[in-house]
Ligand binder design. Structure first.
Ligand SMILES: *Cc1c(COP(=O)(O)O)cnc(C)c1O
Length: 426
């Protein structure tokens, strides 16, 4: 699936290669079902002995073309689309963890993922230990248990903008025979390819920059195909032992490097059904066609806005790894040499009311839950997205109570600055 083209070309061209007389643009296969000539053909599909489409809950040509494009961008072997980023995070872990298992996650992650791992998956009998990604190796080592099945982190954390030391955590995970899963939503494969640093699985909320226009909720899971499941067969019985619900088929034997995504499709999507609609996949594909252009502009604009905030006396602090004196700047230079993302976290001097007054005075920049799309927007996580977290959990997630999340869009930066200036003025 990985095509040997430059990344901008993959954004435009990968995934859909029409044959003679077929539509130049990826069509929406708005069909739940697909036709076969006889019963035997259909039976072979159900046995996973042939590949082909039969029901859109499992696979759909529009979705597959878009998944193939994302796999090519990440440098993976296979990918699947999900209905949301939340579904992608859940499936990515649940594909290799079951009741009685344990996994480790950076505590510095998106609030929704934190809740999924810490509360909802706990109810399913899967326990997550959150670690401080800035702690020493020695401290983090203590989190590993015999039943630990994976390690999870975010390339650039939402909303704090902290950079995850992918290479270090890949090394630690692999020393314990488990894969590293990286949520690459904010960086996108334009700015970081976690597989190049040793990650095994990548997840995305495609709702953010990939769609980029705030039109469609979606997610994606990509497999590097590099993790050797069979070398740790006892840890991963779901992949390395016969699946009774598929006539005793063993994914890692039958599908090799494609085992992980095949199992997630054939088993999790079959049973849980969080499929992305083909229409949303079509919209996602339109977004992907300009991802390389938009990411560049998001980063340029954010760099200018971050520098402005950094130098303004009314601003208490700014977290943006593109700033030379940011504690994560060196790490950003390593993992994100072409820029990180458009999201800046900052705090104003004064009280929480001052932060709210600032946001309410913005004119062009809107207060919205969303982040990472073409329009500049703003949010106060402690009173909005992260409301459900206690102060201690907020700190663990790298979210200061006064943190304002500014998602810098692709407008002309002068207009973004003008709006911020007038909102800051007395
Ligand atoms: C938004 C987000 C998610 C969840 O994605 P949805 O598409 O909203 O379900 C997961 N991870 C990160 C980093 C996000 O920003």
């Amino acid at each position: 699936m990985a095509e040997k083209k430059h990344r901008g070309t993959l954004c435009v061209q990968a995934g859909w290669t029409p044959k003679k007389g077929e539509p130049r643009v990826l069509p929406i296969y708005q069909s739940t079902t697909f036709k076969y000539d006889n019963s035997e053909q259909m039976a072979r599909l159900f046995d996973l002995k042939d590949t082909g489409y039969f029901y859109t809950r499992l696979q759909n040509p529009t979705n597959d073309a878009v998944a193939a494009k994302i796999a090519a961008l990440e440098g993976g072997v296979a990918a699947m689309l999900t209905s949301s980023g939340q579904a992608a995070s859940f499936y990515a872990v649940f594909n290799i963890c079951e009741a009685g298992d344990h996994f480790i996650s950076s505590g510095t992650i998106y609030g929704g993922t934190y809740n999924l791992f810490g509360v909802t998956m706990k109810k399913m009998g899967i326990e997550c230990t959150f670690i401080d990604p800035e702690a020493t190796d020695e401290e983090i080592e203590k989190a590993f248990r015999p039943n630990t099945k994976c390690f999870f982190g975010e390339t650039i954390s939402n909303p704090g903008g902290k950079i995850f030391d992918i290479e270090r955590f890949a090394r630690m995970a692999h020393a314990h025979g488990v894969p590293l899963i990286v949520d690459n939503t904010f960086a996108t494969p334009i700015n970081c390819r976690p597989f190049e640093w040793g990650a095994d699985i990548v997840t995305h909320s495609t709702t953010k920059y990939m769609d980029g226009h705030a039109t469609a909720v979606g997610g994606c899971i990509v497999d590097s195909g590099k993790f050797d499941w069979m070398a740790h067969a006892d840890k991963f019985p779901g992949l390395c032992r016969p699946d009774e619900s598929y006539h005793g088929l063993t994914y890692a034997e039958s599908f090799g490097a494609g085992a992980y995504i095949t199992k997630a499709t054939a088993q999790l999507m079959r049973d849980l059904g969080s499929i992305q609609s083909p229409e949303n996949a079509f919209l996602l594909n339109l977004g992907l066609e300009t991802l390389h252009l938009r990411m560049k502009r998001h980063c340029e604009n954010a760099q200018t806005v971050a520098a402005f905030l950094h130098d303004d006396p009314r601003v208490a602090w700014v977290s943006y790894a593109g700033l030379p004196d940011d504690p994560h700047h060196e790490r950003a230079r390593k993992y994100l040499p072409d820029g990180g993302c458009g999201v800046i976290a900052f705090g104003l001097k004064g009280t929480r009311e001052d932060a709210i007054r600032f946001m309410d005075r913005l004119k062009m920049i809107c207060i919205v839950t969303h982040v990472a799309d073409a329009r500049t927007c703003v949010l106060h996580p402690a009173s909005h997205t992260h409301r459900q977290l206690s102060d201690e959990q907020l700190r663990e997630a790298g979210v200061a109570p006064d943190l304002i999340r500014l998602s810098v869009g692709i407008e002309d930066v002068e207009d973004i600055l003008a709006d911020i200036r007038q909102a800051l003025a007395d």
